[in-house]
Every structure is written in structure tokens, then in C-alpha cells.
Design a protein around this ligand. Structure first.
Ligand code: AMP
Length: 181
């Protein structure tokens, strides 16, 4: 991506200080999604390395990962599978729990969403500590998926999430980075 596109993409993301709590700068992608050229650019750049990569499925993390992941799946000619918060999927599920700053959370997939050996891309809007994405990697691997990469519009590199995923053997592809939390 050239530097003008990169700056335009960054400018399309709205930063909201002290949301949802003091000290956090919330990176709001609704302003990017509503802007047709920016939405197209983000999806094209997320998908670019994988267009000829025989990706079977894109797995998107609820909820913003559904919007981006569905579009990326369409672009790379893959199917889409949802990774949801617990209790939302109607059929038999597999589940993993992971720690949040306060307490734990759980994510689920349908047990029959993927078959062993399928080539999968993981997509979400943002990687911070990497806790959510790491849980998603464990879930996908429990179904035997071969994760090709994890793709994010935004990386917050100071929080170390990308390093955490790479330590698990998952390459990370992100478009823009912001300093701080
Ligand atoms: P983490 O598990 O710490 O990598 O957090 C990633 C998840 O939390 C993603 O699904 C993000 O959408 C959300 N998230 C974390 N930090 C932020 C932030 N500063 N702005 C917007 N979303 C965030």
C-alpha cells in the first residue's frame, strides 16, 4: 500500500479517548466502514496476499470481524465461518475460554464449521493484547484448521498481540498501527 493510501486509511478511523474507560483510546472503524472507497481499500489490502492462496475459509471474530471477514472471504473466493461469544450458535459447538483484564470470556464455533486440514484466514478489526485472537487460534486448531495468517486493520504494537500470535506460529498481517493503548 502506498503511503497516501495508508494515511487515508488511518484518517478514516475515528479515535475516541477514554472509551470505554479512562486511559483507553477506542479506535472506531464505523467511520471507515461508512466510507465506500476506504472500506474497499481496507478489504482489498487485507485480502491482497491471499487471492491465489487457496484459502478455504475466513473465520471472523464477533462482531466487527464479521463485517470485514465476510468481505475478505468474498474477495479471496473463500467461505466464511463465525467465531461467536458463547451461547449464540444454534448447533453443537466447541468452546475456549480466555482471560480478560477482569474475569474470563468464552468464544465458540460450530463443531462442524471446519474440517481438519482446511486452510483458514483469521480476521478481526484490531489486535491489542492478542488474547482474543490467541483464543480464536486455539479454537480453530482444535478443529484441525491450518491457519495461514491472522489479518487485522489495526495493530496496537505496544500491547504485544502480534508477537504473541507469531510465537504461536501464526503470521500477522495488519494495515495500520497506532501508538499507545
Ligand atoms: P485483545 O484481545 O486485547 O487483542 O483485544 C482485541 C479485541 O478487543 C478486538 O476484538 C477489538 O475489537 C477490541 N479492542 C481492544 N482494544 C481496542 C481499542 N483500543 N479500540 C477498539 N477496539 C479494541
Amino acid at each position: 500500500m502506498d503511503s497516501r493510501d495508508l494515511e487515508a486509511l488511518k484518517d478514516a478511523i475515528r479515535s475516541i479517548p477514554d472509551y470505554p474507560k479512562p486511559g483507553i483510546v477506542f479506535r472506531d472503524i464505523t467511520t471507515l466502514l461508512r466510507d465506500a472507497p476506504m472500506f474497499q481499500l481496507a478489504v482489498a489490502e487485507l485480502a491482497r496476499p491471499w487471492r491465489e492462496a487457496s484459502i478455504g475459509h475466513v473465520a471472523g471474530i464477533e462482531a466487527r470481524g464479521f463485517i470485514l471477514g465476510g468481505a475478505v472471504a468474498h474477495r479471496v473466493g473463500a467461505g466464511f465461518v463465525p467465531i461467536r461469544k458463547k451461547g449464540k450458535l444454534p448447533h453443537e459447538t466447541v468452546r475456549v475460554s480466555y482471560s480478560l483484564e477482569y474475569g474470563i470470556d468464552e468464544i465458540e464455533m460450530h463443531r462442524d464449521a471446519l474440517h481438519p486440514g482446511e486452510r483458514v484466514l483469521l480476521v478481526d478489526d484490531l489486535i491489542a493484547t492478542g488474547g482474543t485472537a490467541e483464543a480464536a487460534v486455539r479454537l480453530l486448531r482444535s478443529l484441525g484448521a491450518e491457519i495461514q495468517a491472522a489479518c487485522f486493520v489495526i495493530d496496537l504494537p505496544e500491547l504485544g498481540g502480534a508477537r504473541r500470535l507469531e510465537a504461536l506460529g501464526v503470521p500477522v498481517h495488519s494495515l495500520v498501527a497506532f501508538q499507545g493503548h
